[in-house]
Design a protein around this ligand. Sequence first.
Ligand code: CA
Length: 226
Amino acid sequence: MRILVVEDEKKIADGLEAVLRREGYEVDTVYDGINGLDYMLSNIYDLVLLDIMLPGINGLDVLKFARGEGVSSPVILLTARSRTEDKILGLDGGADDYLTKPFDASELLARIRARTRIGTNPNQDRLAAGDIWLEKSTQRLGGRSNSVKLGNKEFQLLECLMINRNHIMPRDLLITKVWGPLEAAEYNNLEVYISFLRKKLRFVKASVEIVTTKGVGYSLEEQKDG
Ligand code: CA
C-alpha cells in the first residue's frame, strides 16, 4: 500500500512519513503543491494525505485538478484551520476526509484504515481473479488447493495485475507502482519478482497466469489450456 504525503512543514512531513513507514506503508513525500499534483497525477497511490496551505498551488486546487484528470486515490486533507468553509470546499472538491492539525498518530492511522478498508470487511479484504484470491490483511495468495504468503513487492505486483486483469500493464507503470517514482528500479528487478509470482501461482495451482507481452508489459489472464 503506497501513500503520498504532500505537506510543506518539513517537521510534520517527516513525522508523518516515520509513523506511516512504521505501520508498513510505502511512503513518498513532497513539500509543495506543484510536486504534489505531479505525483498525484501518476495515479499510483492508494491514499493521499494533502495539506491545504501549500506553496505553489494550494491543496484544494491540487485536489480539484487531480480529480478533473481522473485521479481516484482516496484523499485526506490536512488543515491547520478549523474553518468550516475549507472543509466544505474540500469535501465538495473530492476529498474523502479531513483532519485538523494537530492530530495524533492513532487518529490518523484509524482514518487511513477506514479509507483503505484493510481488514475490516472480509469481502473487501479479498481480491479474486479466476480461482485465486489475494488477502490484503495477511498478504496471502490462495488457489484451488494451497495458499502462500507473499512478500511486500510480490503482493503489490499481483494486486495491481489482479485489479487490472486481462489488461496489459506497462512495465514502467508496474515499476513506479511497486518501487515508487523516486527509486531507480531496473527492469530485471521486475522480471525477478514476476518469476517469483509465477512460481507461487503454480504452487497454488492457479487457473490464471502472468502473460508477458514482449517489450510492453504483463497481464494476468486465464490459462488457455488447463
Ligand atoms: Ca502547510
